[in-house]
Design a protein around this ligand. Structure first.
Ligand SMILES: *Cc1c(COP(=O)(O)O)cnc(C)c1O
Length: 395
């Protein structure tokens, strides 16, 4: 059924869908149904036993959601994909399926706040421990892997400090131990970075961000080897049940069509804004994967096609100065999330990463003055004008 399109820009529009199988409908139909009718009791028996392929019940699979799952698998170069109700439903499904009581998870030095929160919960309930590391040399990775380590979980760029992890290096070492490497690819999207091509095993997304791209849906996606995805579907999806709704899949299929052109624009706008912010007298440290002079610029050049649309920077002064600066902005919105058409700004220490204890937060580089900016699709000159007036007014 699936058309195997060669190039990314074509696959985001066509992969996994055949119009002629759906009465010629150009747009993927929205299958807003909970269940599927069998033509006989025997057919029902065959569907349940797996002897006959076909839909049974929408928690186990839905035709609209299926198109999206095939599409993300192709875009990430995984064998199969699976959709979830949120990024966190995807994260928790993957973590629960790869761990049991007393296991150990090795993580990048910095994670999305709720992923961190989930790991703390797993520690408390099941004694699943975790360690955090920049994973920046072979020796460091070897040193951090324990006999009970069952997976390596990486974000790159790391939210919100934008530090980068060398995925090829991590997957090379992990292979020596037979441990899977999971990558949260939310910030890069498969357009900018494809972890599976770099030897990693499983990729997941908060599709709420760039993949949806329009700030109107909460969703998660996973891609990887067929064996793993089939198991995830039969365990976490079937029995925990954090599934994506057909309408959300429909919105994501629409959003995905423009992913490459949106990402090009996000990256271009962010590069302009970075150049203006970098060296500004009111700005301290600044973190942006598109900064070729940065320490990890080499990693960016190796594994990212472009620098992405998120910049984090410190306002010189205190937490109060950072908040005052945000309050002076005129059209840039104070909001968490990222990857939308609108430019969004947030304060990680008191918002997305407020759940992380202060000591770990500071270790990760999340100071009280740090601000995260998701550069939108507006004219970059307007975005800069707004930032500049808010900076000029600050004390
Ligand atoms: C937002 C986000 C998540 C969580 O996704 P939701 O869709 O909000 O559940 C996970 N990882 C990263 C990097 C994120 O930015």
């Amino acid at each position: 059924m699936a058309n195997k399109y060669q190039r990314f820009e074509t696959a985001v529009i066509h992969e996994g869908y055949d119009e002629l199988e759906m009465l010629g409908s150009l747009s993927v139909p929205l299958f807003q149904t909970s269940t599927y009718v069998f033509n006989s009791a025997e057919q029902g028996e065959r569907r349940f036993s797996g002897e006959e392929e076909g839909f049974v019940y929408s928690r186990l699979g839905n035709p609209t959601v299926r198109v999206l799952e095939e599409r993300i698998a192709r875009l990430e170069n995984g064998e199969k994909g699976l959709a979830f109700a949120s990024g966190m439903a995807a994260v928790s499904a993957v973590l629960l399926s790869l761990t049991k009581a007393n296991d150990h998870v090795l993580c990048s030095a910095g994670l999305y706040g709720c992923t961190y929160g989930l790991l703390m919960m797993l520690k408390e309930k099941y004694n699943i421990t975790s360690d955090f590391s920049l994973l920046d040399s072979e020796d460091e990775i070897h040193a951090k892997i324990k006999p009970e380590t069952t997976l390596i979980y990486v974000e790159t760029p790391i939210n919100p400090t934008m530090k980068l992890i060398d995925l090829e290096l991590v997957s090379k070492v992990a292979k020596q131990y037979g441990i899977p490497v999971v990558v949260d690819n939310t910030f890069s999207t498969p357009y900018l970075q494809r972890p599976i091509d770099l030897g990693c095993d499983i990729v997941l997304h908060s599709a709420t961000k760039y993949i949806g791209g329009h700030g109107d849906v909460i969703a998660g996606l996973v891609a990887g080897k067929a064996d793993f995805i089939d198991e995830l579907a039969m365990s976490a999806r079937k029995d925990i049940g954090g599934i994506m709704s057909p309408f959300d899949a429909w919105l994501l299929l629409r959003g995905l069509k423009t992913l490459p052109i949106r990402m090009d624009r996000h990256c271009k706008n962010a590069t302009h804004i970075f150049k203006k912010l970098n060296g500004h007298p009111k700005i301290g440290s600044i973190y942006f994967p598109g900064n070729t002079d940065a320490e990890d610029g080499k990693i960016a050049a190796k594994q990212m096609h472009k620098g992405g649309g998120v910049i984090s920077f410190e306002i010189k002064g205190s937490k109060r100065d950072a908040q005052r600066f945000m309050n002076r902005l005129k059209f840039i919105k104070i909001a968490v999330s990222l990857g939308d058409a609108e430019t969004l700004i947030e304060h990680p220490a008191t918002m997305t990463h407020a759940v992380v204890p202060e000591e770990s937060r500071l270790e990760m580089g999340i100071t009280d003055q740090l601000i995260r900016l998701s550069v939108g699709l507006e004219a970059w000159e307007d975005i800069w004008d707004d930032l500049e007036q808010a900076l000029a007014a600050s004390t």
